[in-house]
Design a protein around this ligand. Structure first.
Ligand SMILES: C[S@@+](CC[C@H](N)C(=O)[O-])C[C@H]1O[C@@H](n2cnc3c(N)ncnc32)[C@H](O)[C@@H]1O
Ligand SMILES: [Zn+2]
Length: 367
């Protein structure tokens, strides 16, 4: 029989921090940012015990503290917009993680994923680009997908790792993308592409998305549609959010100055080699507004009132959002796009039937 002393000694002999294995699907799709070759990249334990990922071609090494693979590049340092955005997201991380903690948050994501029938069948490998705290990745992992969560903000990724234990997270600023060509079944850009537009990098990011997708792979874009009414309401909600952030002593975001994702941006997507499979407009506004308002109540010191409001609001929100899903009121356009071959270039024009009317009439009016 094992004595207490023996079992304590055994416990002591067992390392408390065993070798951290990175998800195999992540290692399989990596391309070394140092030499831009396909490596391969392998996990290594150095003599002094530090764990790194190293490139078998050029010898570059990358560490992965808390299972966040640090491939960070400095390419953005010359771009002031990029720098500003980076600072904003670093400041926003603690605040941003609160929204998914609301029980209403699921409604937003269920609407998006159901609209496009995103499922985990065949365990697809999905890149969650500009993933923030990685709620979408978490949702995809629960569906049976293998997500790779990429963001340039260490704090956003750290907050996400703490909350969701994401399977594979990468710290990196796109473009380019640190992945092999044709390695993903799908790419999701949720609230991401309008940031690339602000950074002057939309075309380059789109061609990188095209490169890393497998033939016939899918690109899902969820982004602001630029409709006037939707934008006004959205900024009103952001104002409440800012007030809440001040209360939490976090810094305010620059969101009010972000560009929208307009018709010409959709044309850039098609020019990069994608074809529209489906296009929808959804209003996530009532849910988003309620989350912000009830979180405000919660942090103001009335958690019970906040949860009562959430319970009462839940059944109403779905109905309300469907009623508001007219283009002029929507906040987001949802695009389901498939990768095309260069030969089908002449099919890439924006079909008139899918042209969002509100976007067209409000061109040039954004703040
Ligand atoms: C509006 S948030 C969306 C976050 C997430 N997709 C979600 O739906 O919750 C935009 C995210 O994009 C990230 N981001 C912006 N530009 C980036 C870039 N060039 N490379 C990597 N991440 C970027 C920001 O750090 C931020 O987390
Ligand atoms: Zn290398």
């Amino acid at each position: 029989m094992t004595t207490l002393l023996e079992s304590r000694l055994e416990e002591h002999a067992t390392p408390t921090a065993p070798h951290v294995r990175l998800a195999p699907h992540l290692l399989d799709c990596l391309r070394c940012p140092g030499c831009s070759t396909d490596g391969p990249l392998v996990q290594d334990v150095r003599a002094h015990g530090a764990e790194v990922v190293s490139c078998t071609h050029c010898g570059s090494t990358y560490d992965h503290p808390d299972r966040i693979l640090n491939l960070s590049n400095t390419a953005h340092s010359a771009n002031p917009v990029f720098e500003q955005e980076f600072d904003d997201w670093e400041h926003n991380a603690e605040h941003y993680i609160h929204e998914p903690n609301s029980p209403l948050y699921q409604l937003l994501h269920t609407r998006k994923t159901k609209t496009f029938g995103i499922t985990g069948c065949d365990a697809p490998i999905v890149l969650d680009l500009g993933a923030g705290t990685g709620y979408f990745s978490h949702y995809l992992a629960n569906l049976g997908c293998h997500p790779v969560t990429l963001d340039f903000s260490p704090k956003m990724l750290q907050a996400g790792m703490k909350s969701y234990d994401l399977p594979a997270a990468v710290l990196y600023a796109t473009p380019p993308l640190p992945f092999r060509s044709e390695s993903f079944d799908a790419v999701i850009a949720n609230g991401m592409l309008h940031h690339c537009k602000a950074q002057g990098a939309l075309g380059a990011v789109l061609s990188e998305i095209h490169r890393v997708l497998k033939p016939g792979g899918m690109l899902y874009v969820f982004d602001r549609n630029g409709a006037w009414a939707g934008r006004c309401l959205h900024h009103f909600v952001l104002r409440i959010k800012e007030l809440m952030q001040n209360r939490l002593t976090a810094s305010a975001s620059a969101s009010r100055h972000e560009p929208d994702f307009m018709l010409e941006d959709l044309q850039s997507v098609l020019d990069a080699g994608f074809r529209i499979q489906r296009q929808r407009h959804i209003s996530t506004l009532p849910t988003f507004a309620t989350i912000v308002a009830t979180n405000t109540l919660k942090y103001a010191g009335w958690p019970r009132l906040a949860s009562t409001c959430q319970t009462l609001a839940r059944p109403l929100l779905g109905i309300l959002e469907q009623g508001l899903a007219a283009r002029c009121f929507t906040v987001e356009q949802c695009l389901c796009l498939s990768k095309t071959t260069p030969e089908s270039a002449n099919e890439r024009r924006v079909p008139e039937s899918t042209t969002p009317r509100a976007v067209r009439t409000n061109r040039g009016r954004h703040t």
